[in-house]
Design a protein around this ligand. Structure first.
Ligand code: NDP
Ligand code: HSE
Length: 428
């Protein structure tokens, strides 16, 4: 005989509705495996009258998240609204009413996570957030459980499905940025405001969450250096292809001494690199540990159904703890590490310049790079006369030095425009 656990949902949009459907359609397997029957009893949405294609009575719906959070008939609260408010106050209210919570809200976790985790720890309650990073990929649990005894040195990956979808369509199908983004929105990958995806706020939040777990120190979204994909042009993608690279939005978090360096930005990676094969809405994260070496987590990083599987896994974990005792791992940010400035990071760089086509120009430019200690690995010229472009790939250099060089290049009469600067990552 299964025991019943009652869930209150906050939000029933792309992910929320998929969670309700999954719990309904996989009811038998869930009961067989866990001995728990999960029933969704209350749902808060903006518009309770709208049909969401879920098998729930109209009376279950309300437009007041606070009502669901404090409802004595709700055992677990599942937040799938997104954004800071009313998500945070509803989750805090649920915890205050003794209910464990599950959320997919990376924005909230990476900005106000401390408040949420402190409240949950003070009350001995679970906060499940597997779905907040990399959608359907089990990543938070392996980091917190399986790798609890490991020293993690570095994480690098693709953690935003929308931008990976857009870059893939621009690369493989020569689709425009706007058309590819519209398609990603239609497929349910994008945030309510897709600026969060294309400007890399979403990836920065996920990078902060991963870094916080990996390095035991609270890293917030504001600590992560961030560049989105809006400046990546079809020309960059084409040059990348000709050079044997692909352009990806990367998230990188690593220890530099005792400090954390965390960044998200577009980068060229070799076409043979495993991350180059991560296409569409798929995500992949490499984790480098001292003893375990390199691990790769790969799967669908966005979309209703994959994300719903992570949410349901957390709901079942919380349900088991409610019924049988025990608790998920709480906050592990027990250290206070500094954050390394972006100027101290090192990378190779691709620099594309629009230049005057006359003798001596290459020498002037090379002198600027040389003065700043940036060594050039490849250079070649595209076009002639008024259309001349110079493409440089540097050796590994400090970001601060590269920036100083680019600033000086902008001041050279021979340089008409610095058209692009992209980092080149993943070379042996
Ligand atoms: P949607 O915009 O599709 O759904 C949001 C839901 O919240 C809607 O049901 C909406 O109601 C409801 N809502 C919004 N504001 C309020 C409010 N003030 N009071 C009550 N209800 C409200 O978002 P998603 O399902 O895509 O995303 C939900 C969360 O999951 C976000 O945190 C997102 O970052 C995260 N996530 C999303 C993934 C994806 O692939 N989409 C993947 C991983 C995580 P109504 O329907 O009436 O408008
Ligand atoms: N908008 C997010 C993405 C959803 O595209 O990755 C998954 O977190």
């Amino acid at each position: 005989m299964s025991e019943v656990v009652r869930v209150g949902m906050l939000g029933c949009g792309t992910v929320g509705a998929a969670v309700v459907r999954l719990l309904d359609e996989h009811r038998t397997e869930i009961e067989l495996r866990t001995g728990v029957r999960v029933e969704v009893v209350r749902v808060a949405v903006r518009d309770p009258a709208r049909d969401r294609g879920v098998a729930l009575p109209a009376a279950a719906f309300t437009d007041d998240p606070g009502e669901v959070a404090s409802d004595p008939n709700v055992d677990i609260v599942c937040e799938l609204i997104g954004g800071t408010e009313p998500a945070l106050s509803s989750l805090l209210s649920a915890i205050d009413h003794g209910k464990p919570v599950v959320t997919a809200n990376k924005e909230l976790l990476a900005t106000r996570g401390r408040e949420l985790f402190e409240a949950a720890d003070a009350n001995g309650l679970d906060v499940g957030f597997e779905a907040a990073v990399a959608g359907g990929i089990p990543l938070i649990r392996p980091l917190k459980h399986s790798l609890a005894g490991e020293r993690i040195r570095r994480l690098m990956g693709i953690v935003n499905g929308t931008t990976n979808y857009v870059l893939t369509r621009m690369t493989d199908d020569a689709m425009s940025f706007e058309d590819a983004l519209a398609e990603a929105k239609r497929l349910g990958f994008a945030e309510a405001d897709p600026t969060a995806d294309v400007a890399a706020h979403d990836a920065a939040a996920k990078c902060a969450i991963l870094a916080s777990i990996a390095f035991n120190s609270r890293v917030t979204a504001g600590d992560v250096y961030r560049e989105g994909i809006t400046a990546v042009t079809r020309q960059d993608i084409e040059f990348a292809r000709r050079l044997g690279y692909v352009v990806k939005l990367l998230a990188v978090a690593e220890l530099e001494g005792e400090s954390v360096a965390a960044r998200v930005h577009p980068a060229m990676i070799p076409a043979a690199h495993p991350l180059a094969a991560v296409r569409g809405s798929f995500n992949a994260v490499f984790v480098e540990g001292e003893r375990v070496g390199e691990l790769m987590f790969y799967g669908r990083g966005a979309g209703a159904d994959p994300t719903a599987t992570s949410v349901v896994g957390d709901l079942l974990g919380a349900a088991r703890h409610l019924l049988h005792g025990g608790r998920a791992v709480g906050c592990t940010c027990r250290l206070t590490r500094g954050i390394s400035p972006i100027e101290d990071m090192e990378s190779e760089y691709y620099v594309l310049l629009q230049v005057e086509d006359r003798p001596g120009v290459l020498g002037e430019i090379a002198a600027v790079f040389g003065r700043e200690g940036v060594s050039i690995r490849h250079v070649w010229q595209e076009g002639l006369g008024a259309d001349a472009q110079l493409v440089f790939i540097t050796h590994r250099a400090r970001e601060g030095a590269l920036r100083a060089a680019v600033e000086q290049l902008r001041g050279l009469a021979a340089v008409e425009a610095v058209e692009s600067v992209l980092r080149v990552e993943g070379e042996e």
